[in-house]
Write a protein that binds this ligand. Structure first.
Ligand code: HEC
Ligand SMILES: [Cu+2]
Length: 355
């Protein structure tokens, strides 16, 4: 083998491998960035923890196995042909034997792909059927999820709860399932609800009602992400699903149902909230604030993050958020209100009582 041939072969082999390797690297670094530190938080489809995600995982493994075999066979044949039929020093430069119209070969390479496609589409259809046509147990919970640029609104019509960005649901025992059924709506553009360890993606489309369900089997926090590009801050439209043991869920729901706190010593902060245009976009139970353009703030302090996962909900971050939403989330649809430093102190002190 001459040097140019060897390097051509190496180049031919290297480019698809390089692409595969780059793709794996990109996926891994995205996952790691989404959940620095804690591997349990990595939103991976390979570690399903809920019934629809199990079916999707099984299907993915089958598809990956079939496509993996195809990849190995095709790549093996390419490598074989490259080596076996490489140019040799004693080649006479003439054309090799030309073969036309082998009926067996034609049949083989038509029938095999058809069979593969039939198997893939039938198993896919079966998985879709299993997920979408599941009978709904009486003990299920209903939640309406509304996608907004760039945050999530969650309503529990049967419990009278409205919250944002952090979805709380009860755990579902496979022997006695208590799944959560989500009704997906959009207030503006198309978004997509995706928590990989719990279920597949489902779009939230304006003027349309989509539905999906989750039945998480283990309590804990599951991370997700809006999975349909929806504008500037799409990347910071994160999803947090808290799965609770039944008692914990009932306790959380009880707290959320209570009216907002009415603390006296933050009256000035409350006055600022009620007289600044905060109330045209935000609701706080028990106040004149009934806006729905932004997240409901009645139990703001029960959330661990601000701005749909853009920042941890600490007093400093809350203050920075109100002073300049641009800081944590450039392009966010909440304007900076140009409050004085004193007004900001009073307002943040008030917001911190919203537990
Ligand atoms: C024009 C409408 C509008 C006004 C006015 C407004 N906000 Fe907002 N606010 C929003 C939107 C939209 C979001 C969600 C931003 C995002 O996550 O992308 C938000 C988010 C927030 C959050 C974070 C909530 C969470 O759970 O993540 C807080 C706190 C907040 N606003 C407080 C205030 C206060 C206090 C005022 C008044 C000084 C105010 N907002 C004025 C629209 C508004
Ligand atoms: Cu979105």
């Amino acid at each position: 083998m001459t040097r140019t041939h060897a390097s051509r072969i190496r180049r031919t082999l290297a480019s698809p491998l390089l692409l595969v390797w780059l793709a794996v690297l990109a996926v891994e670094s995205t996952l790691a960035a989404a959940a620095p530190g804690d591997p349990a938080l990595i939103p991976s489809i390979f570690r399903p923890e809920s019934t629809p995600a199990h079916s999707i995982h099984e299907l993915s493994m089958l598809v990956l196995a079939i496509t993996g075999i195809i990849f190995a066979v095709v790549f093996g044949l390419i490598v074989y042909a490259l080596v076996r039929y490489r140019r040799r020093p004693d080649d006479d430069g003439g054309e090799p034997a030309q073969v036309y119209g082998s009926t067996q070969v034609e049949i083989a390479w038509t029938v095999t792909p058809v069979l593969i496609v039939v198997v893939l589409s039938l198993t896919g259809a079966r998985a879709i059927d299993r997920i979408q046509n599941t009978p709904r147990p009486a003990a299920s919970l209903d939640v309406t999820a509304v996608g907004h640029q760039w945050w999530w609104e969650f309503r529990y019509p049967s419990l009278g709860i409205v919250t944002a960005n952090e979805l709380h649901v009860p755990v579902s025992d496979p022997a006695n399932p208590t799944p959560t059924f989500l009704k997906l709506l959009s207030a503006d553009v198309v978004h997509s609800f995706w928590v990989p360890r719990l279920a597949g993606k489902m779009d939230l489309i304006p003027n349309r009602v989509n539905e999906m369900w989750i039945a998480p089997e283990k309590p804990g926090l599951y991370l997700g992400q809006c999975a349909e590009y929806c504008g500037t801050q799409h990347a910071k439209m994160l999803l947090r699903v808290y799965v609770h043991a039944r008692d914990d869920f009932d306790r959380w729901a009880g707290e959320q149902r209570q009216a907002g706190a009415q603390s006296q010593n933050v009256a000035e902060g409350r006055r600022i909230f009620e007289t600044t245009s905060c109330i045209s976009c935000h609701a706080v139970g028990g106040t004149v604030g009934t806006g729905t353009f932004g997240p409901d703030l009645t139990h703001l302090m029960s959330r661990e993050t601000l701005g749909s996962g853009a920042a941890p909900n600490t007093p400093e971050n809350l203050r920075t958020w109100i002073e300049s939403p641009e800081h944590a989330k450039p392009g966010s649809l909440m304007p900076a209100m140009n409050l004085t430093r004193r007004e900001l102190d009073e307002l943040v002190a008030y917001l911190e009582t919203l537990r």
